[in-house]
Write a protein that binds this ligand. Structure first.
Ligand SMILES: [Zn+2]
Length: 209
C-alpha cells in the first residue's frame, strides 16, 4: 500500500514537473529566435511581400479570421496594412512574454498555444527539437493571434490555414532570415501557401526542397 502511494506520488510529481511552465529565454534556441523577430519585422521584404500577396487576394482572411480584431479594419487600406501596422507598432514578442510547457500528450502536433488578443505565448517543449529559424516562424505566427487574428472554429490545422496571415507571415519570416544568413536551400517538410512559394521563387530568396 505504501509502495503504491509512493509510486503515485512519484508519477504526480513527474507530471507536475513536466507540465510546469518555464521561461522561453531559459532555452538558448528559443532565446535566439526571440531576438530574431525584430530583424524580420524590419526587413523591407517582409512588408513588401505581404502587401503584394494582399493585392492579389492571396491572403486568406475568410471564415471569421478577423472577427475578434479590436481595431476597425475599415480604417486601414487593407487587412494586411493593419497587420503590418501591428507588427511595426507592437513589434515581436517581448522576451519575457514567451513561455515553455510540456503538453501532456507527447504526440500532439501542437507547437504553441496563444490565447487570442493576449500578449504572451507558450511553446510546447515536445516540439522544440528545431532550429531557431523554425521557432522564429512559430513566434511570428503566434504573434498574429496575439493581435486577435484567429483560425476558423474546428479548423486548426496548417493545411486548412496555409494561406492565412499567421502562416504566411511565419513562413515568410523563416525564409527571410535564412536568406539573410546566406542559406541557399531549405527543406520545408510542411505545406506552404502556393502564392508565397511563387514570391520566394520570384525574388530568389531560397530554394525550397
Ligand atoms: Zn495559429
Amino acid at each position: 500500500m505504501r509502495n503504491t502511494f509512493a509510486i503515485l506520488l512519484l508519477l504526480l510529481s513527474l507530471t507536475l514537473y513536466n507540465c510546469s511552465v518555464t521561461k522561453g529565454i531559459e532555452n538558448k534556441t528559443v532565446k535566439n529566435a526571440i531576438s530574431l523577430q525584430e530583424d524580420v519585422i524590419n526587413n523591407p521584404f517582409f512588408k513588401k511581400i505581404l502587401l503584394e500577396l494582399e493585392v492579389t487576394n492571396d491572403i486568406d482572411w475568410s471564415e471569421g479570421r478577423t472577427s475578434f480584431i479590436k481595431e476597425d479594419l475599415n480604417d486601414y487600406q487593407s487587412n494586411t496594412h493593419w497587420l503590418i501596422d501591428k507588427y511595426e507598432t507592437k513589434g515581436g514578442y517581448d522576451k519575457n512574454a514567451v513561455f515553455l510547457w510540456r503538453k501532456f500528450n507527447p504526440w500532439s502536433s501542437t507547437t504553441a498555444v496563444t490565447t487570442k488578443c493576449v500578449e504572451k505565448t507558450k511553446l510546447n517543449k515536445w516540439k522544440l527539437k528545431r532550429d531557431k529559424y523554425s521557432i522564429l516562424n512559430t513566434l511570428i505566427h503566434e504573434r498574429v493571434h496575439s493581435f486577435c487574428q484567429v483560425h476558423p472554429n474546428g479548423k486548426q490545422t496548417r493545411v486548412a490555414n496555409v494561406c492565412d496571415a499567421s502562416y504566411v507571415a511565419g513562413d515568410l519570416a523563416e525564409i527571410l532570415i535564412l536568406n539573410k544568413m546566406g542559406v541557399k536551400e531549405r527543406k520545408m517538410n510542411k505545406p506552404i501557401c502556393p502564392a508565397l512559394k511563387k514570391k520566394i521563387d520570384e525574388y530568389n530568396l531560397i530554394m525550397i526542397k
